[in-house]
Write a protein that binds this ligand. Structure first.
Ligand SMILES: N[C@@H](CCC[C@H](N)C(=O)O)C(=O)O
Length: 292
């Protein structure tokens, strides 16, 4: 088949490739993802592959791949990039998309920021999923470091379509070696589908500082679903209110856990350059350089 167009974009530094797979029957392979990630010019955290709609009433079906080639159920920063790309192409502002996690809506606001309805969080141990029952997922028994002096412990866990563990700390989130602990916790047997691992510090009822080790991608500058998972976990543990600003290494996201249980995430997206690629192999070439 012929090459597929792509845009290299980012959402607060979360590196995103938006692959235009509309009108095609093939998919982006894990091998292509790994090849694109290995090239420093196209290194990315997630590929958002836009396919033709599967369900009436939706604009497109979006398949999400991590840089290790695995599939992800959700990606907040990537959805903002997809929304910005399609808004620029069509002149529309509101979209309904489908992912493996379900149907979601997204909007480009008049100020240029993008809001995505990330759906309803889930908290039961089966939904996250965890390998064994926990009645209360606001703090589960899990720790890292010496047994009598754990470095990180008792995370809140939540699903935003994808699995998250939030370790609360009271000091600087940069004081923790997330590059070392992240992979251990991501692959801990308590998480049968692995998990995104975050360290969170509440700085007021309305503000959280967050760093994330992403499942299948490693340390990133921002993780939208982690910001949402931290926000809902902050509210359900009484640490914060339901509207918070989450400060990630790449910048701020506004998260509003509405009373109808939907989590609304608002932030920017940025275009870097465009190209075409082979979805089977990842071989690519540049077609242009644009500024969003
Ligand atoms: N960067 C994303 C999250 C991507 C998916 C994640 N690595 C997973 O495997 O669940 C975001 O902005 O939400």
């Amino acid at each position: 088949m012929s090459g597929a167009p792509f845009l290299k974009m980012n959402g607060l530094g979360n590196e995103i490739i938006v692959a235009d797979m509309r009108g095609r029957t093939d998919k982006v392979t894990a091998g292509a993802a790994i090849a694109l990630d290995t090239d420093p010019a196209t290194h990315f955290d997630q590929i958002m592959a836009i396919h033709d709609a599967k369900t009436s009433g939706t604009a497109n079906y979006i398949e999400i791949l991590n840089s290790d080639g695995s599939l992800a159920e959700a990606c907040g920063n990537g959805m903002r990039c997809v929304t910005q790309m399609l808004a620029a192409e069509t002149g529309k502002r509101n979209f309904v998309f489908e992912t493996v996690a379900g149907i979601l809506t997204a909007e480009e606001r008049p100020d240029g920021l993008l809001t995505v309805d990330m759906g309803k969080p889930r908290f039961s141990w089966q939904d996250i999923p965890l390998a064994e029952p926990f009645a209360d997922t606001r703090a589960i028994e899990l720790q890292i470091g010496p047994i009598d002096a754990p470095v990180l412990h008792s995370p809140s866990v939540a699903s935003m379509g994808n699995p998250h563990a939030i370790f609360w700390v009271e000091d600087d989130v940069w004081g923790y070696d997330l590059e070392r602990f992240g992979p251990m916790l991501e692959n801990h047997p308590i998480f049968p589908e692995r998990a995104n691992i975050s360290i969170a510090r509440v700085t007021s009822r309305e503000t959280i500082v967050l760093r994330t080790w992403e499942r299948g991608a490693g340390l990133t500058l921002a993780c939208g679903t982690a910001a949402c998972a931290a926000a809902v976990s902050g509210a359900r543990t009484g640490r914060t209110g339901r509207q918070v600003t989450v400060t990630l290494p790449g910048g701020d996201l506004a998260v509003d856990w509405r009373n109808d249980d939907h989590v609304m995430m608002t932030g920017p997206a940025e275009l870097e350059f465009s190209g075409t690629f082979d979805p089977a192999t990842g071989a690519w070439s540049r077609t242009g350089l644009e500024v969003a």
